[in-house]
Design a protein around this ligand. Structure first.
Ligand code: ZN
Ligand code: FE
Length: 239
């Protein structure tokens, strides 16, 4: 099983350090270099790889500093590669990335950006969703259409219920408030809002979440048609 360390960086981003039991180590979405290098030095770890979900600055700004220091190989989504500039390899839908004995299947999830990908480590029952799927939310549609993101949601919905979701931001409290406002009669959402308020009052992360929990409380993932999804996405934009 993959060892996963969550590192809160910038205002509300999560960067992740992934360590395979047989040694290899990767940094996923380093939006900043300093806190990542500090953590790696304290742990005595050397990253072999840098993995990127999409091209936004808060996910890529640490690439250069970490690559310069450790010589890590950088893997980026093919569709966002031109905008990322510093990289060694590109990944597309269906590709397999090997982190030692652990393998990740690449799932293309366009919508937030057109190139965005998720890293699904099936053996470890974990997926890194960047800014596509958040706890009780989904990313803003900066580049893709409602149809693109709706299809991306359907792909993620098919994953096993116990899959743990590691997303790119701690947005859960505002997402939970939105979901509760939009669907005030949903008892699962109401309970989760209370749980999330409790966690955030103690400054604890609400991540990881699971596919099972999202299927019960994430209106964006629960939407059954593209029209329903679009209506919810539009409502969230002005919430
Ligand atoms: Zn983003
Ligand atoms: Fe982001």
């Amino acid at each position: 099983m993959l060892e996963i360390i969550m590192l809160p960086i910038l205002e509300d981003n999560y960067c992740y350090i992934l360590k395979s039991p047989d040694g290899p180590c990767a940094v996923l979405d380093p939006g900043d270099e300093k806190p990542v290098i500090n953590l790696l030095e304290n742990a005595g770890w050397q990253p072999d790889y840098i993995l990127i979900t999409h091209h936004h600055w808060d996910h890529v700004n640490g690439i250069k500093g970490i690559k310069d220091k450790y010589g890590a190989q950088v893997y980026v989504p093919e569709g966002d590669a031109k905008k990322i500039k510093i990289y060694d390899h590109t990944l597309k839908d269906g590709d397999i990335f090997e982190l030692g004995s652990e393998t990740a299947k690449i799932i293309a999830t366009p919508g937030h950006t057109m190139g965005e990908i998720c890293f699904y480590f099936e053996g470890s029952k974990a997926i890194f969703t960047g800014d596509t799927l958040f706890a009780m939310g989904c990313g803003r549609l900066f580049e893709g259409s409602y149809e693109d993101m709706f299809i991306s949601m359907q792909k993620l919905k098919e994953l096993p219920d116990e899959t743990k979701i590691y997303c790119g931001h701690e947005y859960t409290l505002s997402n939970a408030r939105f979901c509760n406002d939009y669907a005030p009669d949903n008892a699962h959402i109401e309970k989760r809002l209370k749980d999330v308020i409790g966690l955030r009052q103690e400054d604890k992360p609400t991540i990881p979440t699971t596919i099972d929990l999202e299927k019960k409380t994430n209106l964006f993932l629960m939407a059954e048609t593209e029209d329903e999804f679009a209506k919810i996405r539009k409502a969230k934009n002005s919430f």
